[in-house]
Design a protein around this ligand. Sequence first.
Ligand code: CA
Length: 264
Amino acid sequence: MTGLTPCPESVEGLGVDRKSVLVVEDERDIAQLLKLHLSEFCNEVVIANNGYDALSVAEARRWNLIILDLGLPGIGGLEICRRLREGMHYTPVLMLTARAAEADRIRGLDIGADDYVTKPFSLQELVARVRAIFRRCAALQAHQGAVASSVIQHGGLSIDLDTRQVDVDGRVVELTAREFDLLVHFARHSGRVYTRAQLLDQVWGYGHDGYEHTVNSHINRLRSKIEPDPPRPRYILTVWGVGYRFGDATLLRQRPQDVQHALN
Ligand code: CA
């Protein structure tokens, strides 16, 4: 046998989401044992037995985890890890290393591997490390999702979509429901120019009165509440002859297509 010890517990019911895993291992009995145990909580486990296959399979699609033996025929595991880290997508990598190969482990972690286990290893330990990587990824995604979905930050302006609270330079600003909706619409499309008619359609909706001065008056009130210097607005900018945009005035000169888009 290979030094693997049986996993004494099933991982079913341990709260690990079902995942896709690529196992890169040239020792076929180890690869099959890993597949057998990972398949209990991963909906897809694919084996690659050499470095060439591993790289092409790894880069062909997204994986939730790559378990990567370092000693491989063809391209070595360290080189595979290095190339993966040059790619656009981040995929967690768990290295399998020889106990004596400390330099390779350190190099692998420096290159960007997330964790390692040394051979011979127990399946219990490997499964625990896989679960830990999945938990860290899930926590990170949840955090990023929460930040992305609930708070829009722009300079000193902070908009909490859940609580509908707006802060400017740490000071809470009281907005009406319409002012808040207008600000969120701008902030979600930072840099885009809107005509008053577009704002009426998209923020006020079909029930609006159709008067563009309604937009002017709301923007004036909004500016008086959120702009540090309302006559020279920092956040909601006037685009003369067109309408308004949210963001940095210098960008407008670089993005004439925004103006054209608004006019179309
Ligand atoms: Ca090997």
